[in-house]
Design a binder for this molecule. Sequence first.
Ligand code: PGA
Length: 264
Amino acid sequence: MNRKPIFAANWKMNLGPSATEDFLKSFLSKTQGQAFPAEIVIAPPFVSLAKLADILHSPGASKEAQAIQIAAQNCSQFDSGAYTGEVSVLMLREFFVHYVIIGHSERRAIYGETDAIINAKIHKAREANLKPIFCIGETLAQREAGQLETVLRTQITEGLKGVSDKDMAEIVIAYEPVWAIGTGVTATSQQAQDAHAFVRSVVAGLYGADSAAKLRIQYGGSVKPGNAAELMACPDIDGALIGGAALEPQSFLEIIRNGSNPVS
Ligand code: PGA
């Protein structure tokens, strides 16, 4: 199965509008004239979406710029109304947003997002034709207690409840072991491959072998230029969701470059 890898920068609460402009100027000057056999996505903070949209979709934007997809880091599960601090999916559409990260472990742990909330957000995103980057992953305590498969199966089953086959085709799953996020500790490529193969098997059970074979599963957690090629060489790893190492244009670019031409 030929799945196009997807490399997404999750900037978290970093890079406001002016830093976004600086990042893009540098990133675009480095990618000028280069085509990658991969999809490139940037998820800035909400307040930087307008800057990103302006630059990537300005009349004179290069084809490399236009090829970059914009993602949001979160969305509301509601349409509109009295939800202080929230942003709706239709508002995101106004900024050329095509992807939305849903269920990141920081949202789960710090903001109390449950599988049910995440499921509601996935449905809301699909109503607006946004493509969810649906994050799952276990904590170190869960892994050490032998609960890896139970945790992943529950997150997948609950998060995707009621999602149609057609909508599933527009979803990317990001497997991010919580213990590897922002810690500098990466899962070994074998640990990552095993978890990805398991995720694909759970999706096959829910949606059939064909959907599972088409599903792109990103790895996330301390991905760096130095480990991207080895991780991406694993048969069930189809790209990366990158935090810290995507804050700097050269490092993000090297991950894309190294990861799109993986060593085998
Ligand atoms: P990290 O973050 O690359 O800084 O570990 C990944 C993520 O949280 O998506």
